[in-house]
Design a protein around this ligand. Structure first.
Ligand SMILES: [Zn+2]
Length: 203
């Protein structure tokens, strides 16, 4: 996939997820759980650093893509799970409300979002179900999505959540504080991938 069409990052030495964790005093190998938002290359590159973790991903995602097998791989099955309005399917991972998984399914079929109850307040990790804030606040169509209508529906659900619960901190898949002003190497909301006029006629 020509990622440079979506964002034109040159990459940065020492800024991988595992490197940033160590910088913050966290050891990736000691992590017990890793939630994979979806299986695109730019979201799984540091997986090998989490050698002690069980990986969780959406139904239909293959653990073998990550070189994992049971018991290190667990698929989320949203069938028969309850709605958590505005979201249509949710799964309380540990049964205590600390990590609630939410179904995406527009950007990639296996999209999983996670609503975390952290001491500092709730945080929503969307992966690329919300690629970036610019798209969240637009009505543009995500053309890179496997299902543009579903992607828009999920985007609207996230919007509704943020209206109902303004205390939730949103972390989109490609959040870049202050970008593009502070990141001359990054282009957000590239017109090749996000277009207002791109809806299929049937919609
Ligand atoms: Zn991405």
């Amino acid at each position: 996939m020509p990622m440079r069409w979506l964002f034109e990052s040159r990459g940065r030495e020492g800024r991988t997820l595992d490197a940033q964790m160590r910088e913050a005093g966290l050891e990736p190998a000691r992590a017990r759980w890793v939630i994979i938002s979806h299986l695109h290359d730019d979201h799984i590159g540091a997986a090998a650093s989490f050698e002690g973790a069980t990986f969780i991903g959406g139904l239909g995602t293959a653990g073998k893509v990550l070189g994992l097998s049971a018991p290190r791989w667990r698929e989320v099955d949203f069938h028969d799970t309850r709605a958590l309005p505005p979201f249509d399917a949710s799964l309380d991972l540990f049964g205590d409300g600390s990590v609630v998984l939410l179904r995406g399914g527009g950007h990639a079929r296996e999209d999983v979002m996670a609503l975390l109850a952290l001491p500092g307040g709730p945080v929503l990790l969307t992966g690329d179900a919300v690629v970036h804030r610019e798209w969240l606040h637009s009505d543009d169509v995500e053309r890179v999505a496997v299902d543009s209508q579903r992607a828009a529906d999920v985007r609207n659900q996230v919007r509704a959540l943020l209206v109902a619960r303004p205390e939730v901190t949103l972390l989109p898949g490609h959040e870049l504080q202050g970008a593009p002003g502070s990141r001359g190497d990054v282009t957000l909301h590239h017109p090749e991938w996000f277009k207002a006029e791109a809806w299929p006629l049937s919609h």
